[in-house]
Design a protein around this ligand. Structure first.
Ligand code: NDP
Length: 476
């Protein structure tokens, strides 16, 4: 599949390619151009030239393009979901949810067209001010491989509605669905050059995009270390940044919780997408009164998960996305057992056997008796591994929950409003769920504190980060 530059399918300047393979089977799926700095320059030039045309349209006209794109995505959702599963690995049911989720995001932004409105300031005799919100210009979106379609929606939706043009760089293992959706946006009426997609390695294409002087804003989702490097690269031109850098979300289950519901919450919260979600449940804190019963139920559920090829009906969990991911998870578990930092209660090894030998499969894993300073608790574990800690009371749970460099999401499972209030006030995170985890509808702002990043995506407030104010001071 080719890149999309100025509305035209483009190969790399030096005609080299990246092969995309299925993480469940190792089979070749397709290839994309291995873009270079030259391709980035061409894409930024196209975006710069298209900015005037797009930013001069009314927000209603821009919203209509997003609305039509949402319809086209829904029309093609089966096809798109299958491509997503082939390149990413997740079960087809999850791919379908994600593709529909992207359509919902475009539709949501279409529905709030007109919102990036400004304000008026009245200064009495000194005059009146009209404060408008204007687009930034060329923006860059750097997409990760874990939820590539949803995250494309989170970035492209507000960026385009606000009147910016965009250069998008997909992750190298999952560029195909992003390219297909870019094609649908074009079919929906997006003028040439408003959205450009350059495929290629982050180290070259991604870095060139971040450093390009005409790129005004970078929205990045991915690894914390990469986020810090992007911030350094972007500072020369004082670019606007939105950085979503992951999390280590705690889930706190109190003694009065609806236990079966909380068990389902932990199961989905940790093992959806094979645990490769920034806001997955990454640390489970159980009140000591219910810990035993909870673990009995959860262990049975985890051991009952069907792991396999995402295209096979009945698969609950697919493979990890790459050999690197499998290596990372395997070494985390190896180090945990070597250092005696926890007891494996379920899973704890890669899956073996003929059905798994060419894929990157890891068993859904539960670890109990976790040492307080275990790496499992302090690092972001981006895979199907759940460390479980028993706590005597809410105060201890909150202290543990806050003992992390991350602050993306957190959940509390309880029926008690006072408990909810205390968690909401004292846990340091961008979003606190009560009796659920993971759900992020398009209307809800998403982002975290501490090392989880800066800025918010989703919701109407995301439009602020793709616009700036401009003031007309009327001195009567
Ligand atoms: P990265 O942060 O390296 O990749 C995310 C995106 O950034 C990809 O498109 C990548 O391109 C691009 N990129 C990489 N290096 C640069 C750079 N120097 N300049 C600009 N863009 C760059 O994450 P990894 O894929 O290496 O995953 C490593 C770990 O990161 C995971 O195990 C997980 O812990 C975490 N992660 C967190 C995510 C989240 O949602 N918070 C999402 C993905 C990963 P390319 O694919 O070509 O390398």
């Amino acid at each position: 599949m080719d890149m999309l530059i100025n509305g035209i399918a483009a190969t790399a300047a030096d005609k080299t390619w990246i092969e995309v393979t299925n993480p469940a089977t190792g089979e070749y799926v397709d290839r994309v151009p291995r873009g270079s700095e030259e391709d980035v320059n061409a894409a930024v030039e196209a975006a710069d030239a298209a900015f005037g045309v797009w930013s001069e349209k009314t927000t209603r006209d821009r919203g209509l393009v997003l609305y039509r794109a949402a319809e086209l995505i829904r029309r093609d959702h089966k096809d798109l979901a299958e491509i997503l599963t082939r390149e990413q690995g997740k079960p087809i049911r999850e791919s379908t949810d994600e593709v529909r989720g992207c359509a919902n995001i475009f539709e949501y932004y279409a529905s709030i067209a007109g919102l990036p409105a400004g304000e008026t300031v009245t200064l009495g005799k000194a005059g009146d001010c009209l404060v408008t919100r204007v687009p930034l210009g060329v923006c860059a979106a750097i997409i990760p491989w874990n939820m590539p379609v949803l995250i494309m929606g989170w970035k492209a939706g507000p960026a385009l509605l606000a009147g910016n043009s965009l250069v998008l760089k997909p992750a190298s293992t999952t560029p195909l669905t992003n390219l297909r959706i870019a094609g649908l946006l074009k079919d929906a009426g997006l003028p040439h050059g408003v959205l450009n997609v350059v495929t290629g390695p982050g180290e070259t294409v991604g870095a060139a995009l971040v450093k390009h002087p005409r790129v005004k804003k970078i929205s990045f989702t991915g690894d914390c270390a990469t986020g810090h490097r992007i911030r350094e690269m972007a500072q020369d031109h004082l670019k606007t940044l939105t950085l979503e850098l992951g999390g280590s979300d705690p889930m706190i289950v109190m003694a009065d919780a609806d236990i079966p519901k909380a068990v389902e919450g932990a199961l989905r919260g940790r093992f959806y997408n094979a645990g490769q979600i920034c806001t997955a449940v990454k640390r489970l804190y159980l009140h000591e009164k219910i810990a035993e019963e909870f673990m009995r139920l959860l262990t049975a559920k985890v051991e009952g998960l069907s792991v396999g090829n995402g295209l096979s009906p009945g698969t609950d969990m697919g493979p990890l996305n790459s050999a690197e991911q499998l290596g990372r998870i395997s070494s985390v578990i190896h180090e945990t057992t070597e250092r005696e930092e926890g007891t494996i209660r379920a899973g704890g090894c890669p899956l073996t056997g003929s059905a798994y030998e060419k894929g990157f499969f890891y068993t859904p894993t539960l670890i109990t008796d976790v040492a307080p300073d275990a790496a499992l608790l302090s690092n972001e574990i981006f895979g199907p591994v759940l460390p479980v800690v028993t706590v005597p009371d809410l105060g201890a749970a909150i202290r543990e929950a806050n003992h992390s460099k991350y602050g993306l999401g957190a959940s509390v499972w309880t029926k008690d409003l006072a408990t909810v209030k205390q968690v909401y006030q004292e846990v340091n995170a961008g979003i606190i769920w009560v009796n659920r985890h993971l759900t992020v509808p398009p209307e809800v702002p998403f982002g975290g504190t501490k090392e989880s990043g800066m800025g918010r995506e989703n919701g109407s407030k995301a439009l602020d980060s793709y616009t700036q104010t401009k003031t007309l001071y009327l001195g009567w």
